[in-house]
Design a protein around this ligand. Structure first.
Ligand SMILES: Cc1cc2nc3c(=O)[nH]c(=O)nc-3n(C[C@H](O)[C@H](O)[C@H](O)COP(=O)(O)OP(=O)(O)OC[C@H]3O[C@@H](n4cnc5c(N)ncnc54)[C@H](O)[C@@H]3O)c2cc1C
Length: 384
């Protein structure tokens, strides 16, 4: 069997590409490792930026659907010191420039916008063979194979498509985010809910911090951010949730209890997310019939832009293919010429934001950034 356009990965980037192609009347097939859309919780709230995420959704013809899932009020942000003292408090000004949505809701509107059968669930790519003339044969974990004329790796950080284009592999940045959740926050954790406020809360010191976000549904979603070696993280047994939470909380000894409760009172086991990144400026020479988008092409530290960039890549690639219907190589060249400088610049911003959050000046680097005291962009929403 041959499919003209094969997209590997039904994350936000791959789905945005499939949808924009569909808008242009170009069929594509998305191969996703997860067995179904519901397999994993798609937790986390994302702020969607006008210049990339919102532009992508507009190209996808989904602006109304996106507006319908916005979490009103969620764009407030505040900075606290480790004793819970408020250093900065910025309410959601309601201007809706960078609205917050749940990642799962966003993924759902993209999935629902595709013709039935576009996404093949339970198709984990395990191998790719070049067939010549830009064609490839994909092999999946279930033993099935498919031929393709255009292969797009939208398969995230540990892309199986990337090696066709590049030898680069993601490296640990030295920072780990440990994720926890508190549910029914106003009723069950009122002091902590009060400390977090209506949107994002940053309590940062050099090398460590607690960043929490109030999500739709009265949920407090936390990333405990620690600059620690991979060995230090590996020594924590995260299968023992209570012990792991206590070990992480010990790093915050003396901090306000309403803040450390975000670690110790979580209703789910803490999940470590070791932050990896591809080299800044990652790029590749043109290889016929294959390209990358999103994290597969430019994995960078979280700065609140990765999902936006992935969707934008998808939309840009879809538009480029539509603009060169008879010349895939021209489409890929045009797409990559814009992709490389865009992602190089975003990666530099992402590393700078991580440094503002956890560097020597914490928390004041970030506060200056949030208030515009620093010369650069004042987009506080990107500080995640
Ligand atoms: C802790 C943390 C917080 C973040 N916070 C934000 C934020 O607030 N805002 C923001 O914009 N970004 C944020 N990001 C970044 C964002 O999550 C990513 O940049 C974004 O998800 C990338 O989208 P993608 O479509 O490229 O890849 P992914 O979302 O990783 O999707 C890849 C898809 O490919 C599938 N897949 C993988 N391998 C295979 C295979 N072999 N075969 C078939 N399918 C496969 C996966 O199952 C997945 O569905 C954060 C990242 C982290 C780690």
């Amino acid at each position: 069997m041959t499919t003209p356009v094969a997209i590997v990965g039904a994350g936000l980037g791959g789905l945005a590409l499939a949808r924009v192609l569909h808008v242009h009347g170009i069929p594509a097939t998305v191969y996703e490792a997860d067995p179904s859309a519901e397999t994993r919780t798609q937790g986390g709230q994302l702020d969607i930026h006008p210049n990339d995420g919102q532009a992508a959704l507009e190209a996808a013809g989904l602006t109304d659907e996106f507006r319908a899932i916005i979490h009103e009020g969620g764009a407030a942000s505040r900075a606290l010191d480790q004793h819970g003292k408020v250093l900065l408090d910025e309410p959601d000004d309601g201007n809706g420039i960078r609205p917050e949505v749940l990642r799962g809701d966003l993924r759902r509107i993209l999935i629902d916008s595709l013709p039935a059968g576009t996404i093949r669930w339970g198709k984990k790519l395990t191998g790719v063979a070049a067939l010549g003339d830009g064609r490839h044969e994909l092999t999946f974990a279930d033993g099935s194979t498919v031929g393709t004329e255009l292969l797009v790796g939208a398969d995230g950080a540990w892309s199986k498509v990337r090696p066709l284009l590049s030898d680069a592999t993601p490296e640990y940045t030295g920072t780990t985010f440990i994720e926890t959740y508190l549910y029914d926050a106003d009723e069950r954790h009122p002091a902590t809910a009060e400390a977090v406020g209506d949107g994002a809360m940053y309590a940062l010191t050099p090398g460590k911090g607690i960043v929490a976000h109030r999500e739709a549904g009265n949920i407090l979603h936390t990333y405990v951010e620690l600059n620690r070696s991979a060995e230090w993280i590996a020594a924590i047994d995260f299968t023992d949730a209570t012990a792991a939470a206590a070990r992480v909380a010990a790093e915050f000894d003396g901090w306000a209890p309403e803040l450390t409760a975000l670690i110790t009172d979580g209703e789910t086991a803490p999940v470590p997310r070791m932050i990896h990144a591809l080299p800044d400026g990652h790029r590749w020479d043109r290889v016929p019939g294959v390209t990358l988008l999103g994290d597969a092409g430019h994995l960078m530290p979280p700065s609140g832009d990765g999902a936006n960039l992935a969707m934008f890549d998808g939309a840009e690639l879809g538009n480029a293919i539509a603009a060169h219907p008879d010349d895939i190589e021209a489409a890929l060249t045009a797409y990559e010429e814009a992709l490389f400088p865009r992602s190089t610049s975003a990666a530099a911003d992402a590393r700078e934001i991580l440094e503002l959050c956890l560097g020597d000046r914490a928390p004041f680097g970030l506060i200056d950034f949030m208030t515009g005291a620093a010369p650069q962009d004042t987009d506080t929403s990107r500080a995640r």
